[in-house]
Design a protein around this ligand. Structure first.
Ligand code: C2E
Ligand code: CA
Ligand code: CA
Length: 768
């Protein structure tokens, strides 16, 4: 690379050098003409001129061709010219050294010295050239001086030799400096070219890549966008430039934009709605910070690609992988994934889900007799019916021939609730099959067999659950098809029992199967029976004797508690009125306590019901005590309080039943207008145990008395329990110690015979 530069420099300087040579030759000619052999001088002059012309022609030719080819040729031509020129001057001391005439000798020396000095600037670009030139020019002079053999000439020869050495050194230095300068110049040129090239490349890419690029500054203002970005966003360029990204309606890209300004690369892949034409796309976007030379962030570049098509294809592929081709509902793989997710949810939050395994009854017959085409259509219609039966969040999948699975997520945390919901769905499914299928002119009556399994702590894998549901389904088939079975035998029976109870209870009132039993409430101080609590009993034709703990919840869940509760209230009050009249002269009965379910309490017409019963029966209002539980306390405490106050305004008493089993504190309950507190039997029954609740009971009684609440201690069974409570002087007690709940006839007999005194209490008192 250097040599081109050197050559062109050398040729550029050559004209000047030639002119210098001609000028020197002219001076020499003028001074020496007449003082030397004129013929020799003329011939020499012509020779010099000839060489100069030759050299000048090479310059012209070099410039005309301006070619970098044939470096050798140009180098050679230059070299020849220099050697010839040097020779033409080198021989001058031999030709024109006028013996004895020191002046002319000096002139010649000065001319040669001048030429040689001058040549450094014009010839030193190529080291060989200049050094050869200097040697050929000066060495003959030194020889000629030595040939004179005088002391002064010898000295001169030495001086000229030193001068030659000096010039050689200088020319070498000059050459080196020159070479360095062109090296750096060339390097600079090269870098500049590289830079221009890359800038151009970048510009070309920026303009034409099929990927949107935008530059924005630290204020999130768009500085520059490329064509693809313009196409992509479908907004004009001048709308985009200067636009504040912060103003875009779809915020999904903002974190990515901002990440780059925080010095990290951002990335986003997902849906995006364009800001100008509101196109819904799927994009992939990455951002990187831009920094200045001080490493400060001055903005960022964002690269964005429209991957909508790719996504659509991907979604389609995914859909195909996860769906059954015939019915287009989820397939087995998809179902198993979903079950796995639900298992995790169950493990974390305890939310129970169910799986219903469904198999069409006698599907094979249809396939065999009517053909696969009809069979396929039946499957498609089945899928549609199932989808229409379930909720949006449920899933119905086809996992094989005529086998479908329905996944019911998020049923409940309560196992019974969950089972019941699943059972209801299974009933709905049986129902949808009741309408015949119409396929190709055939009316097909198809039923299905269902197996249900619920997740529990033991069944922890998708496969296990599917297998359980399958087993349960198989049980249904064995049971004669068109039915449902739960996987666990126990659960199956449990569910069946609950449903049976519910069914039987529906007829209980109208079949007169319900009755009340009564348990006396006794005053501690006097051992007198002051009233009773009414407790429901049910003698079912089919199920036998039923206790409230089993059927009240079912009555509550089915809503039947409303009519049952109304019956209880009516029956209890009218029985109380009968006894009050009957024993008016002997016993002072002043309390009939009736249990009221929270569902009853919440019913809008409850207040009216109570009002009517009071009016119809003529009961002294204060004699009626409604027993409520802590479960009435919900978020809307002020609504509860208002309703209670309305009941109090009617004049009836309100007791808090089973106190201590809930979560409410005494002071909280104080805000509600209760009149009586019933301490739950679980506390009483602890008395006498190793860790008894004596302290706690004492505290509750003290506080209740301070709040002006009557206290009833429930569940007093033993003498020891009685002794403790009596010591505490609690106002009333209720428990087996005095009497179990009794049929009304027995209760009546008891009142009659005892004169309304709990005799065991009086006996106990005497002992104490
Ligand atoms: P409860 O209101 O706490 O009724 C007291 C329960 O304790 C009764 O059970 C009674 O037989 C029992 N009991 C009484 N004294 C003792 C004792 O010394 N020891 C023991 N171990 N138990 C004793 P029952 O009759 O089975 O009633 C159970 C629950 O059913 C009642 O608890 C009440 O919450 C509900 N219930 C009963 N009748 C009705 C009703 O007519 N309507 C509503 N909504 N609920 C009712
Ligand atoms: Ca009660
Ligand atoms: Ca109770």
């Amino acid at each position: 690379m250097h040599i081109y530069k050197q050559l062109s420099e050398a040729y550029n300087n050559l004209t000047l050098s030639i002119l210098g040579v001609i000028a020197n030759a002219a001076v020499l000619f003028y001074i020496f003409f007449g003082h030397t052999n004129n013929t020799t001088l003329i011939i020499w002059g012509a020779f010099v001129l000839l060489i100069s012309v030759f050299r000048y022609l090479t310059v012209l030719k070099y410039k005309a061709e301006k070619t970098l080819l044939y470096i050798d040729k140009w180098q050679k031509l230059l070299f020849i010219g220099i050697v010839l020129s040097a020779l033409s001057w080198g021989i001058t001391p031999f030709l024109f050294f006028v013996p004895g005439n020191y002046l002319y000798q000096m002139v010649l020396i000065v001319i040669l010295a001048g030429l040689s000095a001058g040549s450094i600037s014009t010839l030193a670009h190529i080291r060989l050239n200049i050094q050869l030139y200097l040697v050929v020019l000066i060495v003959p002079l030194i020889v000629e001086l030595l040939l004179q053999k005088t002391a002064i000439h010898n000295d001169m020869a030495i001086l000229v030799s030193l001068y030659l050495l000096l010039l050689l050194t200088v020319s070498k230095k000059f050459n080196q400096t020159y070479l360095d300068s062109i090296t750096s110049h060339l390097m600079f040129e090269q870098k500049r070219e590289e830079f221009l090239e890359s800038e151009q490349k970048f510009k070309a890419i920026f303009k034409s890549v099929p990927i949107g690029i935008l530059f924005y500054d630290t204020n999130l203002i768009i500085q520059e966008v490329n064509n693809s970005f313009v196409d992509f966003i479908a907004a004009p360029k001048d709308f985009l430039i200067g636009l504040d990204l912060e103003k875009s309606r779809d915020r999904s890209l903002m974190p990515t934009f901002k990440a780059a300004l925080d010095g990290i690369s951002g990335f986003y892949e997902g849906p995006y709605t364009t800001l100008y034409k509101q196109k819904d796309l799927w994009v992939s976007m990455s951002t990187s910070p831009l920094r200045n030379s001080d490493n400060e962030i001055i903005g960022a570049v964002g690269i964005i690609a429209d991957i909508t098509e790719r996504m659509l294809i991907q979604l389609q592929i995914e859909h195909q992988a996860n769906h059954d081709t015939l019915t287009d509902i989820p397939n087995r793989a998809n179902l198993k994934q979903e079950i796995a997710k639900n298992i995790i949810r169950f493990q974390r939050h305890g939310v129970i889900f169910a799986i219903i395994f469904l198999d069409l009854d006698h599907f094979k017959n249809i396939n065999d007799s009517l053909g696969h085409d009809v069979g396929d259509k039946l499957l498609v219609q089945t899928a549609t019916r199932l989808k229409n039966t379930i909720r949006d969040e449920d899933m119905v999948a086809r996992i094989g021939g005529d086998e479908f699975v329905i996944l019911l997520p998020d049923l409940s945390a309560d196992e019974f609730e969950a089972a019941k919901s699943a059972e209801i769905v299974s009933q709905k499914i049986h129902e949808t099959f009741r309408t015949p299928f119409e396929i190709d002119g055939y009316k097909l009556n198809i039923s299905s067999s269902l197996g249900i399994t619920l997740i529990n702590a033991q069944s922890q894998s998708e496969d296990a659950l599917l297998k359980h549901a399958d087993i349960a389904m198989y049980e249904s088939k064995k049971d004669g098809r068109n039915t449902t079975r739960f996987y666990q035998e126990s659960m199956d029976q449990w569910i069946k029992r609950r449903l049976e109870v519910e069914n039987e209870l529906k007829n209980a009132i109208k079949n007169n199967e319900l009755r009340l039993v009564y348990q006396p409430v006794v005053e501690f101080a006097t051992s007198k029976v002051i009233g009773m609590e009414a407790l429901i009993r049910w003698k079912s034709q089919k199920l036998g004797d039923m206790y409230p703990d089993e059927f009240i919840t079912i009555a509550e869940e089915s809503g039947m508690i409303l009519s049952i509760g109304e019956w209880v209230l009516q029956e209890a009050v009218s029985q109380f009125m009968i006894w009050q009249k009957q024993f008016a002269h002997t016993i002072n009965l002043k309390k009939i306590a009736v249990n009221v379910s929270v569902h009853q309490f919440n019913a809008p017409n409850f207040l009216m019901q109570v009002e009517n019963i009071i009016a119809q029966s003529g009961i002294v209002k204060e004699h009626l005590e409604l027993e409520l539980t802590e479960s009435i306390i919900v978020k809307d405490i002020s609504g509860v309080r208002a309703k209670m106050q309305q009941l109090r305004d009617l004049g009836v008493n309100l007791s808090i039943d089973d106190f201590g089993t809930g979560y409410s504190s005494l002071s909280y309950l104080k805000k509600l207008p209760f009149t009586t507190l019933k301490i739950d039997k679980s506390f009483t029954q602890d008395i006498g145990n190793d860790v008894d609740d004596k302290e706690l009971i004492s505290t509750i009684i003290t506080i209740a008395e301070n709040f002006n609440l009557e206290v009833v201690i429930e569940g007093v069974e033993t003498y020891e329990q009685y002794a403790f409570v009596n010591e505490r002087k609690a106002t009333f007690m209720q428990g087996y110690f005095c009497s179990k709940p009794m049929e009304k006839e027995s209760f009546e007999a008891m009142l009659e015979s005892s004169n309304g005194i709990c005799s065991i209490m009086t006996e106990a008192k005497e002992k104490i």
